[in-house]
Design a protein around this ligand. Sequence first.
Ligand SMILES: [Fe+2]
Ligand SMILES: [Fe+2]
Length: 272
Amino acid sequence: MTDLVVRRLLVDMKAPIARHWCAGDPFRTALFNALSMSFPVGEQFFIDSVRRGLKALPAARQERFRAEVQGFIGQEATHRRLHSLYNAHLEQSGLVNEWEARARERLQLLEGQDVRHWLAITAANEHFTAILADFLLHHPHLLGDRDPRLVTLWLWHSAEESEHKCTAFDLYQAVGGDHAWRIRWMKRITTIFLLDTLRQTLSNLKHDGTLWRWRTWRSAARFLFGREGLVRRTYRPWRAYFRRDFHPDQQDAAASRRWLAEHAHQYVPAGA
Ligand SMILES: [Fe+2]
Ligand SMILES: [Fe+2]
């Protein structure tokens, strides 16, 4: 069991977001903005999944998860709220969130489906989020220093993703989810997530007018395939999910703990 603290982040999301807030780099800005666009709808789905998962357990077994699920919901709800404010700035600047509408349509297909599907999808997405989070916590310089507020937002979100990465997975196991479906959903989610990320990033670049710049593609190649690039650094942890004995706890969370300890002045635990 984990004690998940819900934190109120001390950032002002009222000020507008600069066009290329991420180190002046159009590609990285477009990519992080795309991810942000997926969060409000995605995180609401994760909240609904774990809530349903908890309810599906026999009363006697709910106790073990109750506090953890509450913490998980509190953290994701806070992420949703701040990323919605973030996304409102993006919309005002002319970017169009196409991901959210697509995700909503797909999620409708899950209504009435077994809760194990919901939790398998959530666990797969949470694995993705956790490995991206760990990558970012190890490479914070990629966020640049033009907007310290957004740097804090992304690293805080990353730290909490790493912190609650076991919740959906453990609930999936607790409601009797099996290995085969866990793997099947991970394969589907990998395709869906990568395609959605690609489509929204391209859309953001198009609306930004930087899609056909040499510099954009050079940055993309370096960010994704460079020696310290995202693909190289996250392939192994992504692959680990397919092992029968995999558990999210096996993946290191030291960077998350370190960030939370070193930045305690930037948040207030809720209720404190
Ligand atoms: Fe989140
Ligand atoms: Fe999460």
